[in-house]
Unconditional design. Structure first.
Lengths: 129, 405
């Protein structure tokens, strides 16, 4: 059940989120919400030589949403934009062990926002969810 | 009258509780559990009487028709309607409200106003929003910190321009019970139609449409121990006679030519196509079950549990409750938030303890915006809930605080 989602590492990212806050002079920012629960995540990044030189998220949401955003920041920082676009749902969900379909949306919101931002920056269409 | 409900005994009538022994089901505002008699009523219909209604000239069809019409009659007397001609079966309260908004909406024009409250469920907002395309103006009446509707504002907003006042009888978030009789009176004094969303009130308290003097009342079977997929639209006979049908097709017609048709008698004029006969029979069984307990006793039982819950929850540090702190003013719906905790996390961890509550916007985003929150935790009670379950809820919230803090 969902309790499995609240493992130690997840709780650590929830209580001490990495790369959270505002990023000045960002090259792109993207934002989306999860209408079901009102979770709201925005991600801003600075791009240098095709790489995510600096990346931060901000917003509010449940533990799963915040922790997944924090973990995604760690994963994406320094990556090439094209490589970041290849981060898969499974790469994010694997951090949570078992997770119910409803909470999957919470976990994947930040990934959706990141891809939205990168695609916007590259002038591409965002990939389907 | 005045018999105390023995929840432990009531629970025995609900098969789900013998399977889910640990379950504290506190999401009754979303849907309720079903007693065996309701499940059996549906099952028996399919096993012994299944046939289409209003068509067959054979025994089981006649019996099905009789039972289906009987369910209309039963529902009519439960809410004090004049007869089954005033009871239209729909899929749910949402569909009932869509029928009213869609049908009344046909007669509205630019500049006409529809008055709603900020307490509405989305089902009593979105259908009316669609009328804005033809220039109809929506206006909202607010509420105070105590969850009480602002009757002063209501008096100011309702005017001769108002064609419809559509309002929730009891809030699905704060549990506030609105003075439906007074609101209907204000609507009528201004020549407006009064529409009541009774989805939360009808299952939990005595509702009498003639005393209330509403023009329409919408509610759902599944929130009152009945099956899903059947809802009710009560309409005053003279209103329904005047109103255009909402759906067209079989069963709702008297005769059909190549280019025109005439409508069947009430309530069938509003029930196009093969209806949910089994659902209607299940609803009738649920009403019989509730009548066996006594709706006043239901209300008293829930008031006691709500009083206890309000007291126990307010003892939890950092927990805030929305709406009135007085159980007298509300139904058994208690929404709250715990400082720093997201409702989804609270609900997920309560589930670990076998406690089912709702978390989210409860389909009432304008209400939550007014409260200044994105989401709430909501516990809602019914005939089978106990004070022990409230104790379990409170202990589990403390545990959740500990895990997430």
């Amino acid at each position: 059940m969902d309790r499995q989602a609240y493992v130690e590492e997840v709780m650590d990212h929830y209580k001490n989120p990495r790369n959270k806050g505002k990023l000045e002079h960002a090259d792109f920012c993207a934002h989306d919400t999860n209408p079901l629960c009102g979770d709201e995540i925005s991600i801003c990044a600075k791009v240098k030589a095709g790489k995510l030189q600096e990346i931060k998220f901000d917003g509010h949401g449940c533990a799963i949403c915040i922790a997944s955003s924090s973990m995604l920041m760690e994963k994406a920082a320094g990556k090439k934009l094209t490589a970041a676009l290849k981060i898969k749902r499974e790469d994010v969900l694997s951090n949570f062990g078992e997770i119910s379909p409803v909470r999957t949306k919470c976990a994947l919101l930040s990934l959706k926002v990141l891809k939205l931002g990168i695609c916007g920056f590259l002038g591409k269409n965002a990939p389907p969810e | 009258m005045g018999a105390k409900i023995n929840a432990a005994k009531v629970r025995k009538d609900f098969p789900i509780f013998s399977r889910e022994r640990k379950l504290a089901y506190l999401d009754n505002a979303a849907t309720t559990q079903k007693p065996k008699c309701v499940i059996d009523a549906e099952k028996n219909f399919y096993e012994s009487t299944n046939a289409n209604v209003h068509r067959g000239l054979y025994r089981i069809s006649e019996r099905a028709t009789e039972m289906y019409e009987g369910a209309h009659g039963k529902t009519a007397s439960f809410i004090g309607a004049r007869g089954m001609q005033e009871i239209v079966f729909t899929r749910n309260a949402t569909e009932s409200l869509n029928v009213v908004a869609g049908s009344i909406g046909k007669g509205l024009k630019s500049g006409d106003e529809v008055v709603l409250t900020l307490m509405e469920h989305h089902s009593n907002i979105v259908p009316w929003q669609q009328l804005q395309r033809k220039g109809v103006k929506l206006r909202y009446v607010g509420f105070g910190k105590d969850g009480k509707l602002d009757y002063g504002e209501l008096g100011e907003i309702v005017s001769k321009k108002t064609k419809v006042v559509s309002f929730v009888h009891a809030s699905n978030v704060m549990g506030s019970i609105n003075d439906a009789k007074e609101i209907c009176k204000i609507a009528h004094e201004n020549g407006a139609i009064a529409v009541v969303d009774g989805a939360q009130s009808v299952p939990h308290m005595k509702v009498d449409v003639q005393k209330m003097d509403c023009d329409f009342l919408a509610f759902s079977s599944h929130k009152m121990l009945g099956p899903m997929g059947i809802g009710v639209l009560y309409g005053k006979e003279e209103m329904l006679l005047e109103m255009e049908p909402f759906l067209y097709g079989g069963d709702m017609i008297k005769s059909v030519g190549k280019f025109e048709a005439s409508w069947n008698a009430l309530p069938w004029k509003f029930e196009a196509g093969t209806p949910n006969v089994a659902g209607a029979i299940g609803l009738a069984a649920a009403i019989s079950y509730l009548e066996g307990i006594g709706i006043e006793n239901v209300r008293r039982h829930e008031r006691e549990i709500t009083k206890y819950a309000l007291q126990k929850l307010s003892e939890i540090h950092g927990l805030s409750i929305y709406g009135s702190k007085n159980a007298q003013d509300r139904l058994g719906v208690v929404s709250f938030n715990v400082d720093g905790l997201h409702p989804h996390d609270v609900a997920a961890l309560l589930d670990e303890e076998g406690i089912a509550i709702r978390a989210g916007h409860a389909c009432a985003q304008p209400l939550l915006a007014q409260l200044g929150v994105n989401a709430v935790c909501r516990a809602s009670f019914y005939v089978y809930n106990t004070k022990e379950e409230v104790d379990r809820l409170c202990r589990a919230i403390e545990k959740t605080k500990h895990i997430l803090a």
